[in-house]
Design a binder for this molecule. Structure first.
Ligand code: F6P
Ligand code: MN
Length: 333
């Protein structure tokens, strides 16, 4: 097999599509390098003393794990000095992190969920890092939160690293979705799949069914219809999977199809769902659309939502086109 490294892939993409200027390449390579460091820490587990809670809470009131904080620091440190960024934002930080004055300021904005699926850390199940890249608005001098408030369609790159049986980096810069596997011996990300495509139809769904009593009627109807199987209105049997790390559930869907749902429900009407728009839903939505799937908030494409807050939450329905269209239609009825 001819081995194509992440760097070579990015340079070839630039030659073919003119879509990856040198600064953006540096940014993606830097994120890729940080993800290797996180992958290394994750794989040490108890031997690296990285498991367990850090005894603090993030801005969303979630208990922070040691690895949440460590991964956040790794990403901040790796990306601060290269001159490619103007500011960063993270699930683990209440406000944005402008690049310190001692470093040159670049033209990109980076958002991340440093360690997605934290509840899986201590049980040795897949977790990941999600990232989204925006261009700073023209004329911006001192970055503010407002500069990040761009719809997901404006992302110039998005992706995730998954730390599972293998560590993989899944990336889009707007020309398809490409997968790299970490070669632990040489320490490089090697292209292992180009142009991932989500099958249009599926018989697999992912939802946290323990929330069923709080669901709104369109979600209840849809899940009931899937559970009715071959003799029900959808005329086929469905299987269910829930890994409880968005990265891992989305990775399964990119690989073999399926639909992933984290709907809004009636528990607290001021909180529309659980997942965060800017650094969870948007990057995943871009990957899913680039792989031929769909991602909506139940009504409109996630990528068309105009954000108003850095940590805003959004309902998420993403994956195989036919199924996302179905639940989106039910929501609109
Ligand atoms: O980041 C939030 C998250 O951990 C996702 O990765 C995952 O899909 C979801 O929450 C799991 O939610 P629950 O705890 O309801 O299963
Ligand atoms: Mn997350």
């Amino acid at each position: 097999m001819k081995r194509i490294s992440l760097t070579q892939h990015l340079i070839e993409q630039q030659r073919q599509h003119n879509s990856i200027p040198a600064e953006l390449r540096l940014l993606i390579e830097t994120v890729g390098r940080a993800c290797k460091t996180i992958s290394h820490a994750v794989s040490k587990g108890a031997l690296g003393e990285v498991l367990g809670s850090a005894g603090s809470e993030n801005v969303q009131g979630e208990v922070q794990k040691k690895l949440d904080i460590l991964s956040n620091e790794i990403l901040l440190e790796a990306n601060e000095w290269g001159g490619h960024l103007a500011a960063m934002a993270s699930e683990e930080m209440e406000s944005i992190h402008p690049i310190p004055n001692r470093y040159p300021q670049g033209e990109y904005l980076l958002l991340f969920d440093p360690l997605d699926g934290s509840s899986n850390i201590d049980i040795n199940v897949s977790i990941g890092t999600i990232f989204s890249v925006l261009k700073a608005p023209d004329g911006m001098t001192t970055p503010t939160e407002k500069d990040f408030m761009q719809p997901g369609r404006k992302q110039v790159a998005a992706g995730y690293a998954i730390y599972g049986p293998q560590s993989m980096l899944i990336l889009t810069t707007g020309n398809g979705v490409h997968a790299f596997t970490l070669d632990r011996e040489t320490g490089s990300w090697v292209l292992t799949q180009s142009n991932m495509q989500i099958p249009v139809e599926t018989q697999e769904y992912a939802i946290n069914a323990s929330n069923a009593r709080h669901w709104y009627p369109p979600v209840t109807r849809y899940i009931n219809e899937m559970q009715a199987g071959a003799t029900g209105p959808l005329k086929k049997n469905y299987n269910m999977r829930w890994i409880a790390a968005m990265v891992a559930d989305v990775h399964r869907i990119l690989t073999r199809g399926g639909i992933f749902m984290y709907p809004a429900d009636s528990r607290d009407t001021s909180v529309p769902g659980k997942l965060r728009l800017m650094y969870e839903a948007n990057p995943m939505a871009l990957l899913v659309e680039q792989a031929g799937g769909l991602a909506t908030d139940g009504k409109q494409a996630i990528l068309d939502i105009q954000p108003t807050k850095l940590h805003q939450r959004v309902p998420v329905f993403l994956g195989s086109k036919v199924e996302v269209e179905r639940i989106t239609a039910y929501n609109q009825e």
